[in-house]
Design a protein around this ligand. Structure first.
Ligand SMILES: C=C1C[C@]23C[C@H]1CC[C@H]2[C@]1(C)CCC[C@@](C)(C(=O)O)[C@H]1[C@@H]3C(=O)O
Ligand code: AKG
Ligand code: FE2
Length: 381
């Protein structure tokens, strides 16, 4: 059962999303976000206080998203129709009977708890460096100086390029040492399961966009993805801050597992809505790169995560991304029908660089990136 920690509704989202080039370059030394000390404080540091128009408020309605039962072979067409309906509107849906073993999910969750329970210095052995998308970040204190998120994260790369290349396993052993070998094995298996699930979902997305079933599967077969563990500690003033600020995922498809604590919200029809946790399901959403691949037909939608006073919340996100040098351009079947291109050609390596070094992801990331590509005459090929 979901633990419903009170939160919610909001404020208009649009005007708060002007591009902020707050990349942490000011002169004040970064504050330290140590969850075991901060979660009991009645006054949170100013850097964590979000502007009024972005602060969460209480009682938001639930978003009705379709449940896609992946076990029913006979229902491929129906599943694909439901997905398409959700993706043209907001890009969020749930998958059930997804085939990922419950024991793998619960072991991945257990190890995430163990990792975040470690003293700060232990976690900092995997410290994320400026400009890099992987590693441990306690809030983003060195990276941003305002609107800090109330969370700590561990991110690592997964590559499906040479099956057996064991990117995740090597990451844990190389960064945290041999005692983390078991972590590496479990998250390697988890990412492989996420990668296969993404490829299945890609077939369904393709069916609805009128392309060959294998087209997007092939496009993402050698994916170079990012896996992220999120820990949102309790906060004594949850109405002042956010766990993850409003953003669209720059990646292609996100597969999220939430624990039992409420917190994920999506901005639909001009209001914030909750997606309640369901440990048996994965929340799937379209990211900006897939929106570009579908020439804007499938939407990447604004979402955020709120925190609460009582309980810590943990989530695991797999961000499916194409192989770095693959050119992101809609398939001819779509372009023949639509005639005009919505976004320029780009590669994931350019988009990733943009989000890490030039722009803090928000609702406008894809448009700002497109303008950046066009004005810098970046050529992906
Ligand atoms: C390419 C990426 C940038 C972010 C990590 C991956 C996929 C999602 C992006 C992010 C989660 C969007 C919200 C802002 C962000 C800074 C965060 O709060 O975590 C983003 C990630 C990032 O740059 O680390
Ligand atoms: O933790 C969550 O529920 C959502 C996190 C998220 O949106 C992200 O990491 O991109
Ligand atoms: Fe997200």
């Amino acid at each position: 059962m979901a633990i419903l920690c009170t939160t919610t509704t909001t404020s208009p989202a649009e005007k708060e999303h002007e591009p902020k080039q707050d990349l942490g370059n000011d002169q004040t030394p970064p504050i330290i976000f140590n969850p075991s000390l901060l979660n009991l404080q009645n006054q949170i540091p100013n850097q964590f206080i979000w502007p009024d128009e972005e602060k969460p408020s209480i009682d938001i309605p639930e978003l009705n998203v379709p449940f896609i039962d992946l076990s029913r072979q006979d229902s491929t067409l129906e599943a694909s129709r439901l997905i398409a309906e959700a993706c043209t509107k907001h890009g969020f849906f749930l998958v059930l009977n997804h085939g990922v073993s419950e024991s793998l999910i619960s072991e991945a969750q257990r190890l995430m708890e163990r990792f975040f329970d470690m003293p700060l210095a232990g976690k900092q052995r995997a410290q994320r460096k400026p400009g890099e998308s992987c590693g441990y970040a306690s809030s983003f204190t060195g990276r941003f100086s305002t609107k800090l998120p109330w969370k700590e994260t561990l991110s690592f790369r997964f590559s499906n390029e040479n099956s057996g290349s064991r990117t995740v396993q090597n990451y844990f052993s190389d960064t945290l040492g041999q005692e983390f070998e078991h972590f590496g094995k479990v998250y390697q298996d988890y990412c492989e399961a996420m990668s296969s699930l993404s490829l299945k979902i890609m077939e369904l997305l393709g069916l609805n966009l009128g392309v060959n079933r294998d087209y997007f599967r092939g496009f993402f077969e050698e994916n170079d993805s990012i896996m992220r563990l999120n820990h949102y500690p309790p906060c004594q003033t949850p109405d002042l801050t956010l766990g993850t600020g409003p953003h669209c995922d720059p990646s292609s498809l996100t597969i999220l597992h939430q624990d039992q604590v409420n917190g994920l919200q999506v901005f639909v029809d001009n209001q914030w809505r909750s997606i309640l946790p369901n440990p048996k399901a994965f929340v799937v959403n379209i990211g900006d790169t897939f929106m570009a691949l579908s020439n804007g037909i499938f939407k990447s939608c604004l979402h955020r995560a709120v925190v609460n006073r009582e309980c810590a919340r943990k989530s695991m996100a797999f961000f499916l991304c194409p192989k770095k040098d693959k050119v992101v351009r809609p398939p001819s079947e779509i372009l023949e029908k639509m005639k005009t291109r919505k976004y320029p050609d780009f590669t994931w390596s350019m988009f990733l660089e943009f989000t890490q070094n030039h722009y803090r992801a928000d609702v406008n990331t894809l448009d700002s990136f497109s303008n950046w590509v066009i004005s810098n005459k970046k050529n992906p090929i």
